[in-house]
Ligand binder design. Structure first.
Ligand code: HEC
Length: 448
């Protein structure tokens, strides 16, 4: 009997599915062009391409092949991509998740173990197109240029020098109150990213005649420093888009007090911060006002300086408690510590005494000030009177490879060799009615 082509193909299909040798060969050896390049495009190339912060390019097979073993090591350790949230604890859905899935890690491991084969060049996906480095990332996301761009004065970080700070002031230049929808901050050039450890834009303004969002902020709802910070930049942290109906408020006469914290390299590098501000349309008041809060683990000592007491050769634990004076949504979790930072957790202690562990970074890495931004669905909404419990661990022993001197006592301070322990959290206060509506909708599964 003569087989029609259709039948022949069907028969061949059955034969292939049953033929285990063939099936194994395709399963066990992923190739670069077919399986690995798409992962690198999605999760690595933003940083691993010429001109960016990462040490090598991962654009082509020729670029990536020499790094195969290191790639395997770093993805298995989960130290690359830089995403250190504990995947077994607390909230797991984020707006900006950089991490690899277990399947992606398994594929990379199989590929490296099989000798990192290139595969068929025809399988190679088209090269990813990246936004122009001179442009704002938000321009792509929001489809327009910023309303205001503010620039701090230039600063030269001298070669081989100790950490330096500068705190210049820039006028925002507004004549009426305006609500901010999104902000993006960056050093003015790529080299400067290497020497600015962090850049903060503090907001100085008179709030006496501030218009309220439709949900007024309870007086006792304000954390120390609330409303005072517009944006913080650190490697890997670029922009904040506030959620639907949420904004920050800028008053006429507002000033930005920049804080530059610089870290020297082997040559002089000059740069300054640039801050892009996207406003709500004139006259539009978002329902909610959000505040970047500094949730510390240390008691505040004389002169409002926090107190940390980290003994030599010790893993030290510290904790802090912050009461929500009104119902609120927590938008993100960004642990901040220095070289001895080891881990930080954020837990909610509810008025009924129950607790919810929200987030835990068990493997903090000072090189990466990763900001974990909760997804719209998963951002925790908490009742008035909830205590936000922040706990931090510093490893001042020899086990910590970043520790410059386990024999030294360490206290709170600005220098990298001093320590800090706080989470930056955008806190958005909502009304009692909105909280009740939220709680009614989420009755099951949250224990409220
Ligand atoms: C947010 C930027 C960023 C992303 C995303 C990122 N990397 Fe990296 N990567 C870096 C930087 C910066 C370094 C150097 C500092 C360090 O080692 O932490 C680095 C270092 C590495 C190293 C070690 C290089 C060496 O010198 O030993 C490997 C391997 C690596 N990355 C692989 C990857 C892979 C694979 C991905 C994606 C699955 C990825 N990275 C995603 C920025 C990034």
């Amino acid at each position: 009997m003569r087989l029609t082509p259709g039948l022949a193909l069907a028969t061949l299909g059955v034969f292939l599915a049953a033929g285990s040798t063939f099936a194994q060969a395709t399963n066990s050896s992923p190739t670069f062009t077919k399986d690995i390049a798409p992962i690198l495009q999605e999760k690595c190339q933003d940083c691993h391409r010429p001109g960016q912060t990462a040490p090598m390019s991962l654009l082509t097979y020729q670029d990536a092949r020499p790094w195969a073993r290191d790639i395997k090591k770093r993805v298995v350790q989960r130290t690359m991509p830089p995403w250190f949230i504990d995947k077994t604890v607390g909230i797991q859905h984020f707006q900006n998740d950089l991490s690899l899935s277990d399947d992606q890690i398994a594929t990379i491991v199989k590929w490296v173990d099989a000798g990192a084969p290139q595969g068929n060049p025809k399988d190679m996906p088209a090269a990813k197109v990246f936004p122009d480095d001179g442009g704002w990332k938000l321009a792509k996301v929001l489809g327009r240029q910023p309303d205001i761009v503010l620039e701090g004065p230039d600063y030269t970080v001298k070669a081989n020098y100790q950490d330096q700070w500068d705190r210049p002031i820039t006028d925002v230049g507004l004549t009426e109150p305006r609500w901010v929808r999104a902000v993006e901050m960056r050093p003015s050039n790529l080299e400067a990213r290497k020497v600015f450890h962090h850049l903060i834009a503090y907001l100085y303004q008179d709030e006496t005649n501030a218009p309220q969002a439709q949900v007024p902020v309870a007086k006792d709802a304000v954390f120390p420093g609330a409303g005072a910070i517009l944006m913080e930049w650190a490697v890997n942290k670029n922009y904040d888009i506030y959620r639907e109906g949420t904004g920050k408020l800028l008053m006429p006469g507002a000033k930005i007090r920049w804080e530059y914290h610089t870290h020297s390299t082997d040559h002089d590098i000059t740069g300054h911060p640039q801050l892009a501000v996207y406003l709500y349309p004139k006259g539009e008041t978002p329902k909610y006002r959000t505040f970047l809060a500094f949730l510390g683990t240390s008691r505040i000592g004389p002169d409002f300086i926090p107190v940390l007491d980290i003994r030599p050769n010790t893993v030290e634990e510290s904790e802090g408690f912050h009461v929500l004076g009104a119902p609120a949504r927590l938008e993100n979790f960004q642990p901040h510590m220095h070289l001895r930072g080891k881990a930080m957790s954020m837990e909610a202690i509810l008025p009924d005494g129950s607790t919810q562990m929200l987030s835990y970074v068990g493997d903090f890495n000072f090189n990466w000030m990763t900001n974990y931004i909760y997804s719209d669905e998963d951002a925790p909404v908490l009742p008035k009177g909830t205590v936000i419990h922040i706990k931090a661990w510093h490893d001042n022993t020899n086990d910590n490879p970043n520790n410059p001197n386990p024999g030294a006592w360490v206290g709170y301070g600005d220098r990298t060799v001093d320590e800090m322990a706080h989470a930056w959290v955008n806190v958005t206060y909502i009304s009692d009615d909105d909280y009740k509506a939220w709680a009614a909708k989420h009755k099951t599964g949250r224990g409220e």
